[in-house]
Design a binder for this molecule. Structure first.
Ligand SMILES: Nc1ncnc2c1ncn2[C@@H]1O[C@H](COP(=O)(O)OP(=O)(O)OP(=O)(O)O)[C@@H](O)[C@H]1O
Ligand SMILES: CC(=O)N[C@H]1[C@@H]2OC[C@@H](O2)[C@@H](O)[C@@H]1O[C@H](C)C(=O)O
Length: 399
């Protein structure tokens, strides 16, 4: 048997698999790298996060990605080059992590790479008759495999689209495998660039579970800070928003969007929630002269309301437990707003379920790779259309 396949079969048979999950989200803050040790698969999965780090991106790299990120018109040559460049760059970052952890590439069984989303176009958004849901992640897996010498699974979202989904959120698969618990309804809320949540019924009935985007998480706040406060990347500890106050008319205009009326599950991205979106809400509410601090405070309030409305809908009839993750949980004003808008709901983090909240999405992709290598799609056989029972990730061999 050739050495690529013999390595693949060796990895498949290993009782404990060491998989590095890589996530680069819509915030473009850096590459999340989680080294996970897996045993079992499906609902028998056990995972231990051995190491986790976010490797921050350089401002130059961010600027390069931003040039093609969620834009309808781009320089195609730049996209082509970035596809290879990001694969190589992520490989370099993985090798740097291994060195910091005192490990060799041979000790790692697989890399699970999300890549970089540069455009997300569900049919509900592009509305082109006869055209499918579509999403595009770049940072090719072959570059990661060849440059690290590690078997790599990548490009997880295409299979989901091919099987009838929107390519996102994929969190539901990992949330069900890692966090579902008999007798306890749970909501797993992630506040990244875009916010999303998974509802896990205590009945463990996969037909009743779902995973959906909510709307903006940090994306609008980040974009506004970067535009108005050059040199700042985000509103660290909500210092700017806390020095202003929210404007009700602007908040209402921001909430006036048909995406919020669509049923769950649904997906979105910065293609909709961007600075043009804010500009038209400012015009609609006649608040173009509002101070930047008040605009940011309004964005914070609007983000919290859209999240709270979605959570309230899903826990309306019960005592679901709420666990949060993602960078937005570090924004104290966002948390304060959420607490006020969700009275009686205890807000806990996934740390209480054994997974560091900042690592959760990287662990998710490692979990998806573990399923493809060791599991059975059968876990999700009776799930709804947005959670097709497929094994995701394309396999790239190092040689
Ligand atoms: N101390 C803090 N104060 C305020 N905001 C913070 C803080 N720390 C992180 N954030 C926010 O979290 C963001 C990063 O979040 P995260 O890494 O979860 O996003 P992501 O993975 O890119 O998103 P997505 O889930 O959409 O792919 C930052 O851009 C910032 O807005
Ligand atoms: C197309 C895409 O990259 N979507 C991301 C994005 O970031 C958050 C939200 O929008 C979610 O739908 C998804 O990522 C997470 C990891 C997911 O698929 O569950």
């Amino acid at each position: 048997m050739n050495r690529n396949f013999s390595r693949l079969f060796q990895v498949i048979r290993k009782e404990t698999k060491y998989i590095i999950g890589l996530m680069s989200g819509t915030s473009l803050d850096g590459l999340d790298v989680a080294l996970c040790a897996f045993t079992g698969s499906g609902t028998n999965t056990k995972v231990e996060v051995k190491h986790f780090i976010t490797k921050p991106y350089t401002p130059e790299f961010r600027a390069q990605v931003k040039a093609v990120f969620s834009k309808k018109q781009v320089d195609l040559e730049q996209v082509c080059i970035l596809n290879a460049f990001i694969g190589n760059y992520h490989a370099e970052l993985v090798l740097a992590c291994l060195q910091e952890w005192g490990m060799e590439p041979q000790e790692i069984d697989a890399i699970a790479s999300h890549g970089q989303t540069i455009y997300h176009a569900p049919a509900s958004q592009h509305q082109l008759p006869g055209m499918p849901n579509a999403t595009l992640q770049i940072g090719d897996g072959d570059h990661l495999a060849v440059n690290t010498g590690i078997l790599t699974l990548s490009d997880f979202r295409q299979k989901h689209v091919a099987a009838g989904g929107e390519g996102a959120p994929l969190a539901g698969y990992g949330d069900f495998i890692l966090f579902a618990e008999q007798g306890k309804d749970r909501v797993l809320l992630n506040i990244g660039g875009i916010s999303n949540f998974t509802f896990l019924p205590g009945s463990l009935d996969v037909a009743r579970m779902f995973s959906t985007d909510i709307g903006p998480g940090n994306t609008l706040m980040d974009a506004y800070v970067q535009q108005q406060f050059p040199g700042k990347f985000y509103d660290a500890d909500a210092q700017i928003a806390l020095s202003g106050k929210y404007n009700q008319a602007l908040v209402e205009a921001l909430l006036n969007q048909t995406f919020f009326q669509l049923d769950f599950p649904k997906t979105t991205g910065p293609e909709l929630f961007n600075l043009d979106y804010l500009k038209s809400a400012l015009q609609q509410s006649a608040q173009e002269q509002l101070a930047a601090e008040d605009v940011l405070s309004s964005l914070n309030r609007f983000t919290a309301i859209s999240i709270a409305n979605a959570i309230k809908q899903s826990i309306a009839n019960g005592n679901a437990e709420l666990f949060i993750s993602g960078g937005g949980m570090h924004n104290p004003l966002l948390l304060q707003n959420l607490e006020e808008l969700l009275p009686g709901v205890q807000i806990r983090t996934t740390a209480e379920l054994g997974i560091l909240p900042d690592a959760k999405e990287a662990v998710l992709f490692a979990t998806l790779a573990n399923e493809t290598l060791a599991g059975e799609a059968a876990t999700f056989e009776n799930s709804n259309k947005q959670m097709p029972a497929v094994q995701m990730g394309k396999i790239s061999f190092p040689f």
